[in-house]
Design a protein around this ligand. Structure first.
Ligand code: PXG
Length: 297
């Protein structure tokens, strides 16, 4: 495995950062997770644009242009000889003395890992995942907006662990007002009366790239309406179908929430249709890793 750190590639054993990196000391940094399918990097520019937005949100001055990052991501996948990959970009505040002032760090660090990821067991995609509401509220945008994909994931990690301890696969997180936001590493959609619902991107959640893809596919391929609206757990309990979206999670059907069975207790038919359309799109679009000539994004 070849891992990119600040201009050089290292083996897995040698790929290390300083104990004085503020990414480690304070969770001071941002990241992205991107997938490559069939030798093409899916929605690369959308992820890189979000990375720039996250950096801007925490005052990290980018040292790399969009074009440079694009070619580094493609190069890292190519050097690792991968066709299907999970690409993890991390931008840390960099090396600096102890203390919170971000001016202590002069140069941000860039790490690119191309590997694989599995958030849920393969069987969960056939059976559907079980959800429970977390007692931990999603960190408020009044404290640290979840729109910044920061290296502070303890809120999500602890909510995920609570779900697993309760025997479920994933946790539904509410905002401080009690409205549903997202799961711990995925956005959430539900179907009721011919309309799909998902919380708006400003409700205290990460505006997922896969979320946006799902909204587009529901309109274009399923020819159904999607409303971005606030809703509560009660509304989720009445859902006919539920699914989660994420780069790592892809499209994952959910079949139970807080003990209430959704639909027939199996992945819903519309969700399964959507999974098919999503698979098509991921295999046919994206920035090619191994050819240089012409491509659709
Ligand atoms: N919400 C949160 C909190 C996330 O972290 C998503 C939604 C889905 O967004 P995308 O853009 O991927 O559709 C995420 C995604 C990892 C990892 O280890 C990353 C995420 C989730 C789980 C694991 O890289 N981010």
């Amino acid at each position: 495995m070849k891992i990119y750190i600040d201009g050089k590639y290292y083996s897995k054993e040698e790929a290390k950062v300083s104990v004085f990196d503020h990414g480690l000391l304070y969770g001071d940094g941002v990241f992205e997770g991107i997938r490559a399918y069939n030798g093409r990097v899916f929605k690369l520019d959308e992820h890189l644009e979000r990375l720039f937005e996250s950096m801007r949100g925490i005052f990290i001055e980018p040292r790399w242009s969009l074009e440079k990052l694009r070619s580094l991501v493609v190069e890292t996948v190519r050097l690792n000889g991968l066709k299907d990959a999970y690409i993890r970009l991390v931008v840390t505040r960099g090396y600096g003395d102890l203390g919170l002032d971000l001016r202590k760090c002069k140069v941000p660090s860039l790490i690119i890992i191309a590997d694989h990821i599995s958030l849920y067991p393969e069987s969960t995609y056939q059976t559907g995942v079980t959800l429970v509401a977390s007692h931990l509220r999603r960190v408020s945008h009044q404290s640290l907006t979840p729109n910044i994909k920061s290296l502070n994931y303890l809120n999500n990690i602890l909510a995920k662990d609570g779900a697993v301890r309760a025997g479920a696969g994933e946790a539904v997180m509410l905002n401080m007002e009690g409205y549903v936001t997202e799961c711990t590493g995925d956005n959430i959609f539900f179907l009721k009366g011919g309309v799909w619902y998902t919380p708006p991107a400003w409700a205290g959640l990460l505006d997922g790239v896969t979320r946006r893809v799902a909204i587009e596919l529901i309109g274009k391929e399923l020819k159904m309406p999607v409303k971005e609206e606030l809703f509560t757990l009660f509304h989720l309990y009445q859902a006919e179908e539920i699914f989660l979206t994420g780069t790592a999670a892809e499209i994952l059907p959910a079949v139970k929430i807080d003990g209430r069975v959704i639909g027939t207790g199996k992945p819903g038919p519309r969700t399964q249709q959507l999974v098919g359309h999503f698979r098509d799109l991921t295999r046919k679009t994206g920035v090619p890793v191994y050819e240089t000539a012409g491509s659709a994004k």
